[in-house]
Design a protein around this ligand. Structure first.
Ligand code: SAM
Length: 338
């Protein structure tokens, strides 16, 4: 037997340091400063406005974390993945997600113990009061656009995967329910020129959606459907998608949303749910379980769930032929038919 060590425990206990290093690097604009090529340490330091004391350790830590490369002359450059995903303005930019994690989730996770003790959300407004509903945050200046951009960062790979894995040629219309700025509708419409559809979301999201769709020159095929899915019926289409929406809500609301989707679909229509699913045995997918604790911290009743859980809810509201399939390492889809 190998000797028992504390390595795993020490690594887990220090994991927040790695997270904060990448989040601060995005916040400080390290990757955009290096977008046009390598920079000497002192030039980079001045460009992003950090004190000389921590600069060298910070840049070298980013090298050790695989986010930067240091050349023979000591100049720093973006690694391939940093350059692809963390330079603002690139089509594959996901920095909006990291900005959200840095400004909203990281401080809220400092209150995990309180959330566990009280069972209550710890996510609040700028005056420190808790939100009744996570989406009350849209009342804060710039929050809607920032949140919508964060959603694009978290959903882009799943959207691209779904564009290829689902038999879209059999359908003519689709609507993404809880679309944020429209990352998923844009990716699906780009890959399938015969499709028409759009995104359904709170009216506050309209500006972000219209801007994003317009940027991708898809306004002729994708439109915004404003509404409140807690109060209003869902708009009809051949396919309805709910990506990372159900986990925000308690069980009653999850089932209400699936029931509304069933009502809005024609016979033969399809629903696609995707989420960071918890494994059915609830013992191996730490990311899914931690994602559910994130819902404890950020929402009043939300929780994540397994493929078996959601399959049962879909069958309960009348769907059939439920199929569970991985989209990415992180996200799994459940597809069912009416
Ligand atoms: C966690 S985000 C997921 C966004 C996107 N589907 C994705 O995967 O990136 C949930 C979305 O649901 C929307 N939403 C929240 N409450 C809503 C409501 N009552 N009616 C309609 N949309 C709502 C939010 O505005 C947000 O865009």
């Amino acid at each position: 037997m190998p000797p028992i060590t504390s390595d795993h425990i020490i690594e887990l206990a220090n994991a927040f340091r790695k997270a904060k290093a990448i989040l601060s690097a995005v916040e400080l604009g390290v990757f955009s400063a290096l977008a046009d090529g390598p920079l000497e340490a002192d030039v980079l330091r001045q460009r992003i406005g950090v004190h000389v004391r921590g600069a060298r350790d910070f840049f070298d830590a980013l090298v050790a974390l695989g986010l930067l490369i240091r050349d023979r002359n000591g100049a720093y450059a973006n690694s391939q993945s940093s350059d692809h995903f963390l330079v603002p303005g690139r089509p594959s930019y996901i920095g909006g997600l990291l900005n959200h994690l840095n400004s909203q989730e990281y401080p809220s996770w400092g209150k995990l113990t309180g959330a566990l003790r009280s069972g209550r959300a710890q996510f609040g407004n700028s005056e420190g009061g808790p939100y009744q509903d996570l989406y009350d945050l849209y009342a804060e200046p710039n929050a809607t656009a920032e949140f919508a951009a964060a959603m694009t960062g978290g959903t882009l790979q799943a959207a691209r995967s779904l564009a290829h894995k689902f038999p879209w040629s059999r359908y003519k219309t689709f609507i993404d329910v809880g679309s944020a700025e429209g990352c998923l509708p844009v990716e699906i419409a780009r890959a399938h020129s015969h499709l028409q559809g759009g995104g359904f979301d709170l009216p506050a999201v309209a500006g972000s959606f219209n801007r994003y769709v317009h940027q991708h020159r898809l306004a002729d095929r994708l439109r915004f459907f404003p509404g409140d899915f807690l109060r209003d019926p869902l708009p009809g289409a051949d396919v309805l998608v709910m990506g990372r929406v159900l986990h925000n809500w308690d069980l009653t609301t999850k089932k209400l949303l699936l029931t509304k989707a069933y009502a809005a679909l024609p016979a033969g229509g399809a629903i696609i749910v995707y989420e960071r699913l918890i494994d059915d045995d609830r013992s191996t997918n730490a990311a899914g379980l931690l994602g559910s604790l994130n819902m404890l911290i950020m929402t009043t009743g939300g929780f994540d769930y397994s493929g078996a859980d959601c399959t049962q809810w879909l069958l309960d509201v009348g769907f059939r032929d439920v199929c569970v399939e991985a989209l990415t390492v992180d996200q799994t889809s459940l597809i069912a038919r009416k």
